[in-house]
Design a protein around this ligand. Structure first.
Ligand code: NAI
Ligand SMILES: Cc1ncc(C(=O)O)c(C(=O)O)c1O
Length: 310
């Protein structure tokens, strides 16, 4: 299966532009929609940057692809063969947007949601044709992380799942098919790591710099080559049993949001998008960090593509 010829991406904040740029790279006529003119203006340069990263990666260009920027949702959705919803993670808003999408496209059109982890069945509750809604969870930055989680809701048609997996594979990405649980697989694992790291920082066990160094080199580097299930075999299940026996009861079981994150959020210190967060950023540093991150991800992905899968 090829990538559908006409795609609509609804919401053009952090995720929409990278998704649109990758679809366009594979030949699609992509309409990127947002309710904010400013967001669409920012999206134009984000799409250009994403295309530059795809050039660095050597991703071939399929002729005929383009991205257009649409304030008018109806124009974006007109004749769309695939719709990807990427509006903020708020169930009420997502339900309203899905209602608007479903009223504008044919019943055979796949409607995918990029939710970070809201169960698909909860989002489909008010839909007239819930069989065509599917979770298609891209990882940030979506034009570079070559894996997408595909999550069926209780009423999703199996043909919609098959079609979505085929689209993911046509993009050259790996599809991971899952049953729905809040957070899906990726964010359950990521948020377990984040919870523990934030707890260690709040307890003063290590600085944020040292926590980042430990996780990047001690865990991240290794996990990019060996998945956690295989790592258990490499370490030895007897070792895992001994360590988890005394360690698991001591790990963070914080049920709420980290107090440190709550305080920073209340101060509008949201990270790179506001120029201050877990780290402070000097003038020009956010752009430099973003460039370093993209360059690093391109380099590591190229290296990983050359190794034998473990
Ligand atoms: N930021 C991340 O790292 C990741 C986010 N996600 C998920 O993707 C979705 C989008 O996330 P972000 O791009 O980070 O959000 P964002 O807040 O950066 O962008 C969302 C955009 O949607 C627009 N929007 C709001 N209401 C709209 C409507 N009715 N119609 C059209 N556009 C509308 C906003 O103006 C904004 O530009 C969320 O569900 C999020 O949880 C998934 C993977 C990673
Ligand atoms: C902090 C954080 N939260 C959610 C996601 C997501 O996948 O939905 C990501 C990501 O990197 O993709 C993330 O970093």
């Amino acid at each position: 299966m090829n990538v559908p010829g006409i795609c609509a991406v609804i919401g053009s904040g952090t995720m929409g532009p990278g998704i649109a740029a990758l679809l366009a790279r594979h030949g699609a006529d992509v309409r990127l929609n947002d309710i904010s003119r400013e967001a669409l203006d920012r999206a134009e340069s984000a799409c250009t940057a994403a295309a530059g990263a795809l050039d660095q990666l050597g991703t071939p260009v399929t002729e005929g692809g383009s991205v257009s920027f649409e304030l008018d949702a109806a124009a974006a959705l007109d004749s769309a063969e695939l719709v990807i919803e990427a509006v903020p993670e708020e169930i009420g808003l997502k339900r309203r947007v899905l209602e608007q999408i479903e009223a504008a496209v044919g019943t055979d059109v796949v409607i995918a949601t990029n939710t970070s982890g809201i169960p698909i069945s909860d989002m489909a509750a008010a839909m007239e044709h819930p069989q065509r809604l599917i979770g298609m969870h891209w990882s940030n930055p979506p034009h570079l992380i070559p894996m997408i989680e595909v999550i069926r809701g209780e009423r999703t048609d199996s043909a919609v799942e098959t079609a979505t997996v085929a689209i993911v594979e046509a993009l050259g990405y790996k599809a991971v098919m899952e049953k729905e649980v809040p957070g899906f697989v990726e964010n359950r694992v990521l948020y377990a790591i984040m919870r523990e790291c934030l707890s260690l920082l709040e307890q003063g066990v290590a600085t944020q710099e040292d926590i980042d160094t430990c996780v990047k080199w001690g865990i991240g580097y290794k996990l990019a080559v060996i998945g956690p299930m295989r790592l258990l075999d490499m370490a030895g299940l007897d070792i895992y049993s001994s360590v988890s026996g005394y360690l698991n009861p001591d790990l963070s079981d914080e049920k709420g949001i980290s107090p440190m994150v709550t305080k920073l959020t209340e101060q509008n210190r949201l990270g790179m998008k506001t120029g201050d967060g877990m780290y402070p950023y000097a003038e020009g540093e956010v752009a430099a960090k973003r460039t370093d991150i993209l360059r690093g991800l391109v380099t590591v992905r190229k290296a990983l593509s050359e190794i034998t899968p473990v």
